[in-house]
Ligand binder design. Structure first.
Ligand SMILES: *[C@@H]1O[C@H](CO)[C@@H](O)[C@H](O)[C@H]1NC(C)=O
Ligand SMILES: *[C@@H]1O[C@H](CO)[C@@H](O)[C@H](O)[C@H]1NC(C)=O
Ligand SMILES: *[C@@H]1O[C@H](CO)[C@@H](O)[C@H](O)[C@H]1NC(C)=O
Length: 181
């Protein structure tokens, strides 16, 4: 029996909403768990573009394999373009899939305001434009308050204004509870 895609979407959305109410820190024995929700505002073209392709694929225009790009998206507290900026989503991506448009991505979340100001988180993993799906990537480290962090991140599309995209980014981050460094 096939599950309808829209039903699946509702289930996923409900699960995500349940799991991720505003930034919550939960303390367990040895680790502290922090939940973060931010919004990634990306502009594809024009004078204020936040993403750019640096080099095309050596296999030609129909392939993304070997294409390299850079990104410096705005991180905001909400999906609205006027909501407060809390940082940047900076990094690079490289086409790493011969068959499909999938990339290896390495991103630093640089917090410049709010409760995480001055700290960074590093995200790494396979990237393909999420469309209707939720894209999961690993949180592989951090700095400042997020030293020795590990966890995961979930990216999904909120809206696609002309030549732009707004993503919701949810992170669950574990950091050592009693850091001695
Ligand atoms: C680009 O950003 C500047 C500064 O925020 C703004 O004044 C301008 O209207 C933007 N241009 C476009 C095309 O969005
Ligand atoms: C890309 O693929 C299309 C459709 O298969 C083909 O018509 C076109 O010639 C290809 N372009 C390049 C640059 O390989
Ligand atoms: C963020 O931290 C920097 C460095 O401590 C400080 O200069 C800046 O004012 C802070 N920004 C906000 C919005 O709190």
């Amino acid at each position: 029996m096939a599950t309808s895609p829209s039903l699946l979407l509702v289930l996923v959305a409900t699960l995500v909403l349940t799991l991720f109410s505003p930034a919550v820190v939960l303390a367990s024995g040895k680790e502290q768990r922090t939940r973060i929700r931010v919004y990634v505002h990306e502009q594809f073209s024009g004078p204020n573009a936040t993403v750019g392709s640096v080099s095309p694929s050596p296999l030609g225009a129909n392939s993304t394999f070997g294409e390299v790009g850079v990104v410096d998206d705005v991180l905001r507290a909400g999906p609205d373009p006027s909501s407060p900026e809390v940082g940047r989503y900076q990094g690079l991506f490289a086409g790493a899939d011969l068959a499909d448009a999938n990339f290896f991505s390495a991103i630093t979340l640089v917090f410049t305001a709010g409760e995480h100001n001055g700290s960074t988180l590093s995200i790494q993993g396979k990237y393909g434009f999420p469309g209707d799906e939720v894209l999961e990537r690993a949180v592989v480290g951090g700095t400042g308050l997020f030293r020795l962090a590990r966890g995961f991140s979930l990216l999904q599309v909120v809206s696609t204004p002309p030549e732009a995209a707004v993503f919701q980014l949810d992170l669950v981050v574990f950091t050592p509870r009693h850091r001695r460094d």
